[in-house]
Ligand binder design. Structure first.
Ligand SMILES: [Zn+2]
Length: 240
């Protein structure tokens, strides 16, 4: 431990037991803020592009849903990391923002699936996933209010279930364009969780996790733009 501390002093603090929250160094705090702040403007611009490419009401509404989810993820995360960096006497405020950050992630997952679920033709039972993802996000929100940070394993199961269940529905779609990119995005998120769990083991682990999130979100954005919104021969419009 001591060896590592002298070696990485400014770049990493000591690992804490799983029930406690890791305290990043000043450098790590700055990196945590920067790695998500960077994507706020691009996510707003990208969402606006989808809005302007919409040709019907469903596409417009979906662009709003997805755009709000995407830009609020990066905004909320940046706000939370800034507050937790500059906390000093703002302990409860930090806790509140941490809860908001967690809630935003549930809605971000639902929003990421919304374009595929809303704009592609789905089977008679698969159709229900359109509203079920939002119910799952609400259940996650209630969970955060009741048990925030108390049972981390349940939280992890919730996030994984929310990420995996709609994917099963999407895999059953007849139109399979974009599935490769969707899976690639999933791979980025999954690889990122290794770093998410490595605070105090790898310097800047949380900032690296942020970069994986940005890559996952970027890959998914590209697929949504290309296969669901971009006009042209590659786009297969389906009747809804
Ligand atoms: Zn973060």
């Amino acid at each position: 431990m001591d060896l590592r501390k002298t070696k990485y002093g400014r770049f990493m603090n000591e690992r804490v037991p799983s029930e406690k929250r890791y305290q990043p160094t000043e450098y790590e705090h700055a990196a945590n803020c920067a790695t998500h702040a960077l994507w706020i403007i691009p996510s707003i611009l990208g969402s606006s592009l989808l809005y302007f490419l919409s040709d019907d009401q469903w596409e417009t509404i979906t662009a709003w849903m997805y755009g709000c989810g995407l830009s609020s993820l990066f905004t909320m995360s940046t706000v939370f990391h800034t507050v937790s960096w500059k906390k000093s006497h703002l302990r409860t405020v930090e806790q509140l923002f941490h809860m908001c950050d967690r809630i935003t992630i549930y809605f971000f997952i639902a929003a990421s699936y919304a374009p595929w679920l809303n704009l592609r033709e789905l089977g008679p039972w698969a159709w229900h996933m359109r509203w079920m993802v939002w119910i799952m996000a609400c259940v996650g929100t209630v969970y955060v209010f009741l048990f925030h940070e108390r049972y981390k394993i349940i939280e992890l199961i919730f996030y994984t279930a929310m990420a995996a269940l709609p994917a099963l529905v999407i895999l059953s779609m007849r139109d399979r364009d974009g599935l490769f990119e969707l899976a690639m995005g999933g791979v980025f998120y999954s690889l990122g969780t290794v770093f998410f769990k490595s605070d105090g083991l790898i310097p800047f682990a949380h900032a690296i996790w942020h970069l994986f999130v940005a890559m996952g979100a970027g890959t998914h954005y590209y697929a949504i733009w290309r296969y669901l919104y971009m006009p042209g021969p590659s786009q297969m419009k389906t009747s809804r």
